[in-house]
Design a protein around this ligand. Structure first.
Ligand code: OAA
Length: 159
């Protein structure tokens, strides 16, 4: 998909939300877009693992990990499954691990940072609830557009 978030803001700015969080890019796919699925969890990636092992259909998983960098919510195995299952990208308000391997995956990956420590797998948390970080609300079914400049959200598909 060919777009630039700056152009989207110029064309549709009034109806877009632009996330202020300064994420790092970890995947090989630096531009990605798709409908949003959300997870809220804290130091537990059981729900993230479960979802990314199902068909992605070009969607983007937005994970609100509370901004915790204490343990990783995704590593190369889960991210590899996501890429293989057709997810467009994963945005994590939290940490990843296996950074060297993530670079080779055809998947959009944005996260705050990394930590080699793994998370619990109790699947504690919530799926498809609105989550808020970076000054914006991410709603299930929103359309997310992400590139090197940032992440913007629309309530309808723009492209
Ligand atoms: O299993 C985990 O918690 C995360 C991980 O290392 C992987 O996805 O490879």
């Amino acid at each position: 998909m060919d777009f630039a978030t700056a152009d989207l803001i110029d064309d549709f700015g009034a109806e877009l939300r632009s996330c202020e969080t300064q994420f790092r890019q970890y995947g090989a796919r630096t531009r990605f877009a798709g409908p949003v699925v959300t997870v809220r969890c804290l130091r537990d990636n059981g729900l993230v693992k479960r979802l990314l092992n199902t068909a992605g259909d070009g969607r983007v998983l937005v994970v609100d990990g509370g901004g915790s960098l204490a343990s990783a919510l995704m590593g190369d195995l889960i991210a590899g499954a996501a890429a293989g299952n057709g997810w467009a990208g994963v945005v994590i308000n939290g940490a990843v691990r296996d950074v060297a391997a993530l670079r080779d995956l055809d998947l959009g990956i944005k996260a705050l940072g990394s930590n080699p420590r793994k998370s619990a797998k109790d699947a504690a948390g919530e799926v498809d609830v609105p989550v808020t970080f970076g000054g914006v609300e991410f709603r299930p079914g929103d359309h997310l557009y992400s590139d090197e400049d940032g992440i913007v959200l629309a309530s309808r598909p723009l492209l």
